[in-house]
Design a binder for this molecule. Structure first.
Ligand code: NDP
Length: 247
């Protein structure tokens, strides 16, 4: 049995949904810095974690903004003395058909979902290497691997596909530097992100297990991938999708 030691984690998009569940779960393994643009939601999750006996802080972070990243990482190091785990979770979706998607919408989705992941790796890399047990998980999606509903959500598909391969080049580049980097690919998970989708029955129908996932399903998988139990896993893709990508 591998000993699980205390590790400092930074989770983006941690005020809601999958990010909040991941922050709660990682707080069982060490201090967590929650980072998000939603300050009040983040404060609530921090309070929950502290009430359960965990150690957590919140920092305002817009993942599209490089200066914001530099400040958030500095705040994390000042609060906890280092950084061992990065979860690049923040992401937004676009929903329209390709033909109707404005360039502005496309670029906004890319900025948060794709560029935010790059900036996270860029600004945290040095500290993850210093850790000696560094690990990053990038939140991709089943839609980073498949064509999804077909012809819609062009920004989301582009960004999640980019996150998938960015993960692999980071994993290879840091393989001998003690930092593992993996991507997770959730299927349909019950969070506020689904508010833009009207046909919820369609979501059940597209999932082989016939149910939707919970944020905790993803949080457990992330916790495993960043733990020493996954010490020989890097550059991998873990699908958490009720069988969607097995089709
Ligand atoms: P939520 O909308 O519940 O949570 C996303 C969080 O990210 C929100 O708190 C949001 O704040 C925040 N956020 C948005 N923009 C930024 C930004 N620029 N900088 C920092 N934080 C930001 O979404 P989910 O929990 O569902 O999604 C989390 C991740 O999981 C995303 O990457 C998503 O693509 C991915 N995913 C989700 C799936 C699902 O079915 N739910 C399936 C596959 C992948 P605010 O609310 O104020 O905008």
């Amino acid at each position: 049995m591998v000993e699980v030691t205390q590790r400092v984690a930074l989770v983006t998009g941690a005020s809601s949904g999958i990010g909040a569940a991941t922050a709660r779960r990682l707080a069982e393994d060490g201090p967590v810095m929650l980072a998000d643009v939603d300050d009040s939601g983040g404060a609530e999750v921090v309070e929950e974690i502290r009430s359960a006996g965990g150690q957590a802080e919140f920092v305002h972070l817009d993942v599209t903004d490089e200066k914001s990243w530099a400040a958030a990482v500095e705040t994390t190091i000042a609060a906890f003395g280092g950084l061992d785990v990065l979860v690049n979770n923040a992401g937004i979706g676009d929903w329209d058909p390709i033909e109707d998607t404005t360039l502005e919408t496309y670029m906004a989705t890319i900025a948060v979902t794709q560029v935010g992941t790059f900036l996270g790796l860029k600004h945290c890399g040095k500290h993850l290497k210093k850790s000696g047990q560094g690990a990053a998980v990038n939140m991709s999606s089943i839609f980073g691997v498949s064509g999804g509903f077909g012809g819609v959500s062009p920004g989301y598909h582009s960004a999640k596909g980019a996150v998938r391969t960015l993960t692999k080049t980071a994993a290879l580049g840091w393989a001998k530097e003690g930092v593992r980097v993996n991507s997770v690919h959730p299927g349909v998970i019950v969070t506020p992100l689904l508010d833009g989708i009207e046909d919820h029955q369609g979501l059940y129908d597209m999932t082989p297990m016939g149910r939707l996932g919970q944020p905790e399903d993803v949080a457990e998988a992330v916790a495993f991938l960043v733990s020493p139990k996954a010490s020989f896993i890097t550059g991998a893709e873990l699908n958490i999708d009720g069988g969607f990508l097995a089709q």
